[in-house]
Unconditional design. Structure first.
Length: 274
């Protein structure tokens, strides 16, 4: 039997699953191709107030560890420079700009309706000086950093510990307990290929490892399709009767650590044409 972690999907239609919730499966003795580590949040802070400190730390740590894990010095220094620019712009420069901006409408009103004998002058906006040692950068600094983070994680000497120091490993999220009453969310669409119409089953894992996916056609039994860990799952089965459209139904429950558990989602239906 093909392992759920192998990336190979079931599309032959020869494996038939139970109508009741599936049983616990015994782990295979073959080597695993992925680690069942706890899910993590995205590493880059969503709150603007946390982004400048993140960039300061990243710039410092990437200089310390970048070359040691196998990255090119020039690339490391360029990424650190991008991060320092962002730390300054998102941090002290933006704070000053906001403070100036708050007073701007009031100055316009003074110009419009103010009184007094002193000539009106707009206040000057004097941003804080940037850190010493910055060199000019092109637009797209954050996009370049995200791209370089992928290079960091692919470097020969990279470890999760170094990733934590750099801030490029997100915070762990607790895994929902098996048996949770909230089902997976799935949606269906079709993809026309030169030879047949396929069904794309999109789903949300909601921090689970994957989903146990089943399908039913016509008056047949529910058929096990796959333990899907990446959305969408592509159902590329041939039509039961060549040239005749059919209605397919799909349902899913969550899959964690070798066990399908919880409750089935609502049945989703779609018509597959020749």
């Amino acid at each position: 039997m093909v392992l759920w972690s192998s990336g190979i999907t079931y599309s032959s239609g020869v494996l038939w699953g139970p109508a009741e919730p599936p049983p616990v499966l015994i782990a295979s003795t073959q080597p695993k191709t992925r680690n069942n580590t706890m899910a993590r949040k995205y590493f880059y802070p969503r709150k603007v107030a946390e982004q400048s400190p993140w960039h300061i730390n990243y710039a410092e740590q990437v200089v310390i560890h970048g070359v040691a894990i196998g990255l090119v010095l020039a690339d490391v220094m360029a990424s650190a420079n991008d991060s320092k620019h962002l730390a300054y712009t998102i941090g002290s420069w933006w704070d000053s700009a906001k403070n100036f901006g708050k007073g701007a409408p009031g100055q316009v009103e003074v110009l419009k309706y103010g009184t007094g004998l002193t000539p009106f002058e707009l206040p000057e906006f004097l941003p804080p000086a940037p850190p010493a040692g910055l060199t000019p950068v092109l637009p797209g600094a954050l996009a370049r950093i995200f791209k370089f983070v992928k290079m960091i994680k692919g470097a020969p000497g990279y470890t999760e510990g170094i990733g934590l120091l750099l801030g490029v490993v997100g915070e762990e999220m607790p895994l929902p307990p098996p048996g949770a009453t909230t089902p997976p969310r799935i949606s269906l669409s079709t993809l026309q290929t030169p030879t047949l119409q396929q069904v794309l089953v999109k789903f949300f894992k909601d921090r689970h490892e994957g989903v146990w996916l089943e399908s039913r056609r016509g008056t047949g039994d529910w058929q096990f399709l796959n333990i899907a860990v990446g959305s969408p799952y592509t159902d590329a089965r041939e039509l039961l009767v060549p040239g005749v459209a059919e209605v397919r139904e799909y349902r899913a429950m969550f899959w964690d650590k070798g066990v399908a558990s919880g409750v089935w989602c609502d049945v989703a239906r779609i018509t597959v044409s020749p």
